[in-house]
Design a protein around this ligand. Structure first.
Ligand code: AP5
Length: 229
């Protein structure tokens, strides 16, 4: 399996998975290894909410209820990110697209520029592991870097390794919101997977095991294991 890197110039990788599957964790690692920006829809929405922008005001209620933010808002935000110079060589997309409507909009935008998705990495983790992962998660308030109390602790307890900020817990990691996120967001996610499976773009990655093991499987799926490790 190869990563389709030559198609259209830019390398666009999608990381897809349920809440807590490890998308953000793996996207950070891939971003560093491949030298591509990590674009996370959840982080973009949280930043807009913190800054009180019109986008943030629109997204806030949906996120608090564990619902998806409407497609029109999400698509516009993400297309703007993809058009920035930082994404000129490609990007790792974490959390977008999450509906078939978003996937079609992304495909159409890329096709209009003679580009396409390089690879969709579907990180699969059993539901019981997801709840455990999310309940132990603490994140950096600056850029959303995730840590886990047991499996991925920061070097200094409670402090981000990258910028020294005190870590926080996300509001939508409350158990009742996590349950809503899983119930409402998994069905459209499976439709996105089916959409890209029809195009032969999906690599299914076992998301269990250590973070390093999952990274190894992703690099293998991209045919990049030897090249960048
Ligand atoms: P978002 O922030 O994207 O949330 P999510 O998809 O639910 O994903 P998470 O960030 O919760 O989990 P993750 O898979 O990144 O896992 P992580 O690496 O942190 O979205 C938030 C909200 O924004 C949505 O609910 C929605 O309202 C809105 N939204 C976002 N995108 C949207 C879109 N496209 N359309 C509409 N609305 C949208 O890992 C989890 C924990 O496990 C961490 O503590 C980590 O340290 C640990 N961990 C990771 N890997 C391992 C491992 N291998 N073993 C043990 N522990 C591990």
């Amino acid at each position: 399996m190869t990563d389709g890197a030559s198609f259209g110039g830019r390398r666009i990788y999608l990381l897809v998975g349920a809440v807590g599957a490890g998308k953000g964790t793996q996207a950070d690692i891939l971003s560093e290894r491949l030298g591509l920006p990590h674009l996370a829809s959840g982080d973009l929405f949280r930043r807009a909410t913190r800054e009180g922008t019109p986008l943030g005001e629109k997204a806030k209620g949906y996120m608090e209820r564990g619902e998806l933010v409407p497609d029109d808002v999400t698509i516009a935000m993400f297309m703007e990110e993809l058009s920035k110079p930082e994404a000129a060589r490609g990007a790792i997309l974490d959390g977008f697209p999450r509906t078939v409507g978003q996937a079609r909009a992304l495909d159409a935008t890329l096709a209009g520029q003679g580009e396409g998705i390089s690879r969709v990495l579907y990180i699969e983790v059993p539901p019981e592991d997801l709840v455990e992962r999310v309940s132990g998660r603490w994140v950096c308030p600056t850029d959303g870097t995730p840590y886990h109390l047991v499996t991925d602790p920061p070097r200094v307890p409670g402090i981000c390794d990258k910028d020294g900020m005190p870590l926080i817990q996300r509001d939508d990691d409350k158990p009742e919101v996590v349950r809503a996120r899983l119930a409402q967001q998994v069905p459209p996610m499976l439709e996105v997977i089916a959409h890209y499976e029809q195009a032969g773009k999906v690599s299914r990655v076992d998301g269990r095991g250590t973070i390093d093991e999952v990274t190894g499987r992703i690099l293998d799926a991209l045919g990049l294991g030897q090249a960048v490790s």
